[in-house]
Unconditional design. Sequence first.
Length: 301
Amino acid sequence: MSWTEVIIEIAREHAEALSDALMEAGALSVSVEDADEGTADEKPLFGEPGMVPTEAAWDHSRVVALTDVDADQAAIVAEAAAAIGIAQVPSFTTRPVADADWVRLTQSQFEPIHIGKNIWVVPSWHEAPDPNGLILEVDPGLAFGTGSHPTTRLCMEWLEAHPAPGKSVLDYGCGSGILAMVAKKLGAADVIGVDIDPQAIESARLNAERNHCEIAFHVPDDFVAAKGGDSRFDIVVANILSSPLKLMAPMLSGRVAPGGSLILSGVLARQAEEVAAAYAPFIKLSVWAELDGWVALHGTN
Protein backbone atom coordinates (compact mmCIF):
# COMPACT_ATOMS: atom_id res chain seq x y z
CA MET A 1 0.00 0.00 0.00
CA SER A 2 1.10 3.59 -0.60
CA TRP A 3 -0.25 6.94 0.51
CA THR A 4 -0.38 10.59 -0.47
CA GLU A 5 0.44 13.52 1.79
CA VAL A 6 -1.48 16.77 1.42
CA ILE A 7 0.48 19.89 2.41
CA ILE A 8 -1.38 23.09 3.26
CA GLU A 9 0.23 26.31 4.49
CA ILE A 10 -2.13 28.32 6.63
CA ALA A 11 -2.25 30.97 9.38
CA ARG A 12 -1.98 29.90 12.99
CA GLU A 13 -5.58 30.68 13.92
CA HIS A 14 -6.85 28.06 11.45
CA ALA A 15 -4.21 25.34 11.91
CA GLU A 16 -5.69 23.39 14.80
CA ALA A 17 -9.28 23.55 13.56
CA LEU A 18 -8.22 22.58 10.04
CA SER A 19 -6.28 19.61 11.39
CA ASP A 20 -9.37 18.30 13.21
CA ALA A 21 -11.56 18.93 10.16
CA LEU A 22 -9.18 17.06 7.86
CA MET A 23 -9.40 14.02 10.11
CA GLU A 24 -13.20 14.22 10.02
CA ALA A 25 -13.07 14.53 6.22
CA GLY A 26 -11.08 11.32 5.77
CA ALA A 27 -7.39 12.01 6.47
CA LEU A 28 -5.56 9.13 8.16
CA SER A 29 -3.32 11.37 10.26
CA VAL A 30 -2.44 15.05 10.50
CA SER A 31 0.59 16.94 11.79
CA VAL A 32 1.39 20.65 12.09
CA GLU A 33 4.85 22.06 11.37
CA ASP A 34 6.54 25.45 11.27
CA ALA A 35 6.36 26.52 7.62
CA ASP A 36 9.37 28.80 8.24
CA GLU A 37 11.56 26.01 9.62
CA GLY A 38 15.16 26.41 8.52
CA THR A 39 14.78 30.11 7.69
CA ALA A 40 15.48 33.32 9.58
CA ASP A 41 11.76 33.48 10.43
CA GLU A 42 11.73 30.10 12.21
CA LYS A 43 9.96 30.49 15.54
CA PRO A 44 10.60 28.19 18.51
CA LEU A 45 7.24 27.12 19.91
CA PHE A 46 8.37 24.70 22.60
CA GLY A 47 10.61 25.66 25.50
CA GLU A 48 12.18 23.43 28.11
CA PRO A 49 11.06 19.80 27.80
CA GLY A 50 7.82 19.24 29.65
CA MET A 51 6.63 22.83 29.31
CA VAL A 52 3.26 23.42 27.67
CA PRO A 53 3.53 25.86 24.72
CA THR A 54 1.50 29.07 24.93
CA GLU A 55 0.36 28.69 21.30
CA ALA A 56 -1.06 25.61 19.58
CA ALA A 57 0.63 26.36 16.24
CA TRP A 58 3.06 28.68 14.46
CA ASP A 59 2.21 32.05 12.90
CA HIS A 60 2.92 30.49 9.52
CA SER A 61 1.90 26.87 9.88
CA ARG A 62 2.17 23.88 7.58
CA VAL A 63 -0.55 21.26 7.98
CA VAL A 64 0.40 17.84 6.59
CA ALA A 65 -2.39 15.28 6.14
CA LEU A 66 -1.82 11.65 5.21
CA THR A 67 -4.46 10.15 2.89
CA ASP A 68 -5.02 6.96 0.94
CA VAL A 69 -3.43 7.18 -2.48
CA ASP A 70 -6.83 6.73 -4.13
CA ALA A 71 -8.59 9.34 -1.97
CA ASP A 72 -9.95 12.56 -3.49
CA GLN A 73 -7.52 14.97 -1.86
CA ALA A 74 -9.22 18.07 -3.29
CA ALA A 75 -12.57 16.95 -1.87
CA ILE A 76 -11.04 16.29 1.54
CA VAL A 77 -9.48 19.77 1.68
CA ALA A 78 -12.67 21.41 0.44
CA GLU A 79 -14.83 19.59 2.99
CA ALA A 80 -12.44 20.49 5.83
CA ALA A 81 -12.31 24.14 4.79
CA ALA A 82 -16.10 24.37 4.63
CA ALA A 83 -16.41 22.72 8.03
CA ILE A 84 -14.38 25.46 9.73
CA GLY A 85 -15.92 28.30 7.74
CA ILE A 86 -13.09 29.17 5.36
CA ALA A 87 -14.78 30.71 2.33
CA GLN A 88 -11.94 30.06 -0.09
CA VAL A 89 -10.49 26.57 -0.21
CA PRO A 90 -6.78 26.87 0.61
CA SER A 91 -4.27 25.84 -2.01
CA PHE A 92 -2.34 22.67 -1.37
CA THR A 93 0.35 20.44 -2.79
CA THR A 94 0.72 16.67 -2.63
CA ARG A 95 3.59 14.23 -2.42
CA PRO A 96 3.64 10.44 -2.57
CA VAL A 97 4.58 8.30 0.42
CA ALA A 98 5.98 5.00 -0.76
CA ASP A 99 5.29 1.75 1.01
CA ALA A 100 8.04 0.41 3.26
CA ASP A 101 8.74 -2.18 5.92
CA TRP A 102 7.99 0.33 8.67
CA VAL A 103 8.85 -2.01 11.53
CA ARG A 104 12.28 -2.81 10.10
CA LEU A 105 12.84 0.85 9.18
CA THR A 106 12.00 1.99 12.70
CA GLN A 107 14.13 -0.69 14.32
CA SER A 108 17.12 0.26 12.16
CA GLN A 109 17.16 3.68 13.82
CA PHE A 110 17.88 2.21 17.26
CA GLU A 111 21.23 0.55 17.90
CA PRO A 112 22.73 -0.65 21.21
CA ILE A 113 23.98 2.25 23.35
CA HIS A 114 27.24 1.96 25.31
CA ILE A 115 27.24 3.98 28.54
CA GLY A 116 30.02 4.42 31.05
CA LYS A 117 32.51 1.58 31.27
CA ASN A 118 30.35 -1.50 31.11
CA ILE A 119 26.67 -0.63 30.54
CA TRP A 120 24.81 -1.51 27.36
CA VAL A 121 21.22 -0.53 26.57
CA VAL A 122 20.10 -3.03 23.93
CA PRO A 123 16.82 -3.11 21.98
CA SER A 124 15.16 -6.52 22.04
CA TRP A 125 15.86 -7.14 18.33
CA HIS A 126 19.67 -6.79 18.80
CA GLU A 127 22.28 -9.06 20.28
CA ALA A 128 24.27 -7.55 23.14
CA PRO A 129 27.67 -6.39 21.79
CA ASP A 130 29.32 -7.45 25.07
CA PRO A 131 27.45 -10.31 26.76
CA ASN A 132 29.63 -9.81 29.86
CA GLY A 133 28.52 -6.20 30.28
CA LEU A 134 25.68 -4.84 32.35
CA ILE A 135 22.91 -5.43 29.81
CA LEU A 136 19.60 -3.58 29.88
CA GLU A 137 17.05 -4.72 27.33
CA VAL A 138 14.93 -1.62 26.70
CA ASP A 139 12.90 -0.85 23.60
CA PRO A 140 12.03 2.73 22.65
CA GLY A 141 8.55 3.44 23.95
CA LEU A 142 6.19 5.98 25.46
CA ALA A 143 8.16 6.65 28.64
CA PHE A 144 11.28 8.80 28.63
CA GLY A 145 14.57 7.03 29.24
CA THR A 146 16.49 4.75 26.91
CA GLY A 147 19.90 6.06 27.85
CA SER A 148 20.35 8.22 24.78
CA HIS A 149 19.73 11.56 26.51
CA PRO A 150 22.74 13.15 28.26
CA THR A 151 20.92 13.46 31.60
CA THR A 152 20.08 9.76 31.67
CA ARG A 153 23.64 8.86 30.74
CA LEU A 154 25.06 11.07 33.50
CA CYS A 155 22.91 9.40 36.14
CA MET A 156 23.77 5.93 34.86
CA GLU A 157 27.47 6.76 34.89
CA TRP A 158 27.22 8.03 38.47
CA LEU A 159 25.48 4.83 39.57
CA GLU A 160 28.12 2.72 37.85
CA ALA A 161 30.92 4.72 39.48
CA HIS A 162 29.30 4.43 42.93
CA PRO A 163 27.85 0.90 43.18
CA ALA A 164 25.96 0.31 46.39
CA PRO A 165 25.52 -3.43 46.97
CA GLY A 166 22.91 -4.07 49.60
CA LYS A 167 21.89 -0.40 49.77
CA SER A 168 18.47 1.19 49.16
CA VAL A 169 17.76 3.36 46.11
CA LEU A 170 14.91 5.71 45.21
CA ASP A 171 14.51 6.67 41.53
CA TYR A 172 12.12 9.64 41.61
CA GLY A 173 10.68 10.45 38.19
CA CYS A 174 11.60 6.97 37.01
CA GLY A 175 10.21 7.14 33.45
CA SER A 176 11.15 3.85 31.79
CA GLY A 177 12.74 2.59 35.03
CA ILE A 178 16.20 2.46 33.50
CA LEU A 179 18.03 4.09 36.44
CA ALA A 180 16.29 1.84 38.94
CA MET A 181 17.31 -1.17 36.86
CA VAL A 182 20.95 -0.05 36.72
CA ALA A 183 20.97 0.29 40.51
CA LYS A 184 19.40 -3.14 40.94
CA LYS A 185 21.80 -4.85 38.54
CA LEU A 186 24.70 -3.24 40.39
CA GLY A 187 23.57 -4.96 43.58
CA ALA A 188 21.22 -2.53 45.33
CA ALA A 189 18.76 -4.32 47.61
CA ASP A 190 15.61 -2.23 48.06
CA VAL A 191 14.91 -0.24 44.87
CA ILE A 192 11.83 1.93 44.42
CA GLY A 193 10.74 3.87 41.33
CA VAL A 194 8.23 6.72 41.48
CA ASP A 195 6.58 8.65 38.65
CA ILE A 196 3.49 10.86 38.32
CA ASP A 197 2.58 9.23 34.98
CA PRO A 198 0.73 5.90 35.35
CA GLN A 199 1.78 5.01 31.79
CA ALA A 200 5.43 5.42 32.78
CA ILE A 201 4.85 3.19 35.80
CA GLU A 202 3.39 0.47 33.59
CA SER A 203 6.30 0.79 31.13
CA ALA A 204 8.83 0.63 33.97
CA ARG A 205 7.23 -2.48 35.46
CA LEU A 206 7.33 -4.26 32.11
CA ASN A 207 10.97 -3.28 31.59
CA ALA A 208 11.90 -4.50 35.07
CA GLU A 209 10.20 -7.85 34.46
CA ARG A 210 11.96 -8.23 31.12
CA ASN A 211 15.32 -7.53 32.79
CA HIS A 212 14.63 -9.81 35.80
CA CYS A 213 14.83 -6.89 38.24
CA GLU A 214 12.73 -6.93 41.40
CA ILE A 215 11.71 -3.27 41.72
CA ALA A 216 8.57 -1.68 43.17
CA PHE A 217 7.10 1.16 41.09
CA HIS A 218 4.51 3.61 42.40
CA VAL A 219 2.74 6.86 41.64
CA PRO A 220 3.54 9.37 44.44
CA ASP A 221 0.44 8.78 46.59
CA ASP A 222 0.86 5.01 46.47
CA PHE A 223 4.55 5.42 47.28
CA VAL A 224 3.76 7.38 50.44
CA ALA A 225 1.10 4.84 51.40
CA ALA A 226 3.51 1.94 50.85
CA LYS A 227 6.70 3.38 52.35
CA GLY A 228 5.44 6.11 54.67
CA GLY A 229 6.06 9.82 54.61
CA ASP A 230 9.46 9.68 56.28
CA SER A 231 11.18 6.69 54.66
CA ARG A 232 14.78 7.36 53.65
CA PHE A 233 17.16 5.84 51.13
CA ASP A 234 20.93 5.45 50.79
CA ILE A 235 20.74 6.84 47.24
CA VAL A 236 18.10 9.16 45.83
CA VAL A 237 18.33 9.90 42.10
CA ALA A 238 15.99 12.26 40.25
CA ASN A 239 16.33 12.93 36.55
CA ILE A 240 13.50 15.38 35.93
CA LEU A 241 13.73 19.10 35.05
CA SER A 242 15.11 22.09 36.90
CA SER A 243 11.77 23.73 37.78
CA PRO A 244 10.16 20.71 39.50
CA LEU A 245 13.50 19.77 41.04
CA LYS A 246 13.64 23.15 42.79
CA LEU A 247 10.08 22.79 44.05
CA MET A 248 10.80 19.29 45.36
CA ALA A 249 14.00 20.26 47.21
CA PRO A 250 12.59 19.74 50.74
CA MET A 251 10.89 16.46 49.82
CA LEU A 252 13.77 14.89 47.89
CA SER A 253 16.36 16.01 50.45
CA GLY A 254 14.19 14.53 53.18
CA ARG A 255 14.29 11.15 51.47
CA VAL A 256 18.10 10.89 51.74
CA ALA A 257 19.31 8.79 54.66
CA PRO A 258 22.12 10.11 56.90
CA GLY A 259 25.35 9.62 54.97
CA GLY A 260 23.35 8.96 51.81
CA SER A 261 23.74 10.52 48.37
CA LEU A 262 21.44 12.71 46.26
CA ILE A 263 21.95 12.80 42.49
CA LEU A 264 20.00 15.23 40.33
CA SER A 265 19.95 15.69 36.58
CA GLY A 266 17.66 17.15 33.97
CA VAL A 267 19.56 20.36 34.71
CA LEU A 268 21.24 22.57 32.12
CA ALA A 269 24.71 23.82 33.03
CA ARG A 270 23.39 27.39 33.27
CA GLN A 271 20.73 26.23 35.76
CA ALA A 272 23.13 24.40 38.10
CA GLU A 273 23.68 27.27 40.55
CA GLU A 274 19.99 28.03 41.03
CA VAL A 275 19.14 24.36 41.55
CA ALA A 276 22.01 23.98 44.05
CA ALA A 277 20.76 27.11 45.84
CA ALA A 278 17.30 25.57 46.24
CA TYR A 279 18.87 22.55 47.97
CA ALA A 280 21.43 24.50 50.01
CA PRO A 281 19.31 24.58 53.20
CA PHE A 282 19.19 20.79 53.14
CA ILE A 283 22.15 19.32 51.20
CA LYS A 284 25.16 20.96 49.58
CA LEU A 285 25.23 20.05 45.90
CA SER A 286 28.00 20.44 43.35
CA VAL A 287 28.40 19.50 39.69
CA TRP A 288 29.57 15.92 39.41
CA ALA A 289 29.85 15.84 35.61
CA GLU A 290 28.70 17.68 32.50
CA LEU A 291 27.70 16.35 29.08
CA ASP A 292 26.46 18.30 26.07
CA GLY A 293 25.42 21.28 28.16
CA TRP A 294 23.63 19.20 30.82
CA VAL A 295 24.93 18.45 34.33
CA ALA A 296 24.48 15.95 37.12
CA LEU A 297 24.56 17.42 40.62
CA HIS A 298 25.65 15.36 43.63
CA GLY A 299 25.62 15.88 47.36
CA THR A 300 25.91 13.83 50.54
CA ASN A 301 23.57 14.16 53.48
